[in-house]
Design a protein around this ligand. Sequence first.
Ligand SMILES: Cc1cc2nc3c(=O)[nH]c(=O)nc-3n(C[C@H](O)[C@H](O)[C@H](O)COP(=O)(O)OP(=O)(O)OC[C@H]3O[C@@H](n4cnc5c(N)ncnc54)[C@H](O)[C@@H]3O)c2cc1C
Length: 428
Amino acid sequence: MTATQPPAANSESGTTTTVDPATNGKPVVEPPVLGGPAHTDYYLLDDLLTDEQRALRRRVRSFMDREVLPIIDPYWERAEFPHELVPKLAELGIAGFQIPGYGSPGMSNVTAGLVILELARGDLSISTFAGVHSALAMMSIALLGSEEQKQRFLPPMARLEKVGAFGLTEPAHGTDVVVLETTARRDGDSYVLNGHKRWIGNATFADYSIIWARGDDGHVGGYVVEKGTPGFESKAIAGKTALRCVQNAQISLTDVRVPAENRLAGSHTFRDTEKVLMASRFCVAWEAIGAAIAGYETALAYTQQRHQFGMPLTSFQLVQYRLSQMLADITAMLFMTRRLSQLLDEGKATMPEVALAKMHNTQRARAILADARDLLGGNGIVLDYHVARHLCDIEAIDTYEGTDTVQALIVGRDITGKNAFVPVPQPR
Ligand SMILES: Cc1cc2nc3c(=O)[nH]c(=O)nc-3n(C[C@H](O)[C@H](O)[C@H](O)COP(=O)(O)OP(=O)(O)OC[C@H]3O[C@@H](n4cnc5c(N)ncnc54)[C@H](O)[C@@H]3O)c2cc1C
């Protein structure tokens, strides 16, 4: 900082303003510190929460503001995962999200959603790490594992002593992963896995990687591959422009021998993966809200402080219009996703309803973050101001757990009764 005066903290907006000789003594806006007042709960949805839910939400938010935001940018720039945060995340006691028992907190879907929102508001790489571990890897075991498998794998994962990964996507099969080619051949007391996986989060260091493979009977099952198993090679995908802290791996499986007791007992067909994907896609819908809130809060704080034409940017009608649009979108996202969470809690939600929220929220979050970046002017592309990282990261959120198009096709099939995934000749 080259300020001639100490920065004046503005706790309301979460920014500081300094006087810089480089600007002839005119005030400039220091990078905003997220964690100011919650501007975004416009219709007081939080009044509907219990004291415990509000306390947990505050705890996660303050963890992200205190422990993550000050250190995350250099990790993002170096494309490294901040392993130092794992024991601290463990102390939060959130791993496993909605899973009941086995050391997991057994949250309601509303509570889990709010926790994920707060993780994502701070950083999408951290929320993705938590989502892959809890909503994909742990959830696969919780939904499809035998009692013995749950007892064996889940407690150390709930304590984050063991980290999970979820290997479904392949180099040649993303959207059409239903035709995945990785094989699992039964050989005595083991299965022998061969094939390739791509984009698998956490997989460069995970202790348990759930690998989805096609068995001798042609059906897809989940196999827990433990760290260090010979023939399992994972290499981080380099040059990513989104979620740079997340270690997404290209995996080669060459005669990987997995004990028969590591085959998830309740995984019988590809449809079983969808049970897991419904839970994790729901988490992604909440992640998008967190990222959108970060963009809106930062844009509001920044435009309150930044002066042009002798006035704060918030004095201009067009700036107010854009901020109002952001708030309207966030309010709509919160209502839609809160209700979806209640439906899940009541066992009434369907995959198309989850897909609608994922599609809507990621679309709106992308738009909000692009607008926020613009409202910060040049500073919008500087990591210190938070928006740049979220704007890059939201691109991956749009793609993973099924792209925007795929969510629309799931909803489209539901509302029209026609499957448009695979083109079929239409009768004349
Ligand atoms: C950062 C990141 C993390 C990820 N983490 C994981 C993970 O941990 N585990 C895992 O298993 N996978 C993971 N994935 C994979 C992710 O789920 C896939 O990238 C996603 O499903 C899309 O597959 P694809 O990239 O192969 O794109 P493709 O399937 O090749 O799609 C390319 C484009 O074609 C469009 N398209 C495809 N089919 C149709 C159709 N029928 N009609 C219209 N348009 C269509 C898509 O919408 C998209 O726009 C991750 C991906 C990313 C980017």
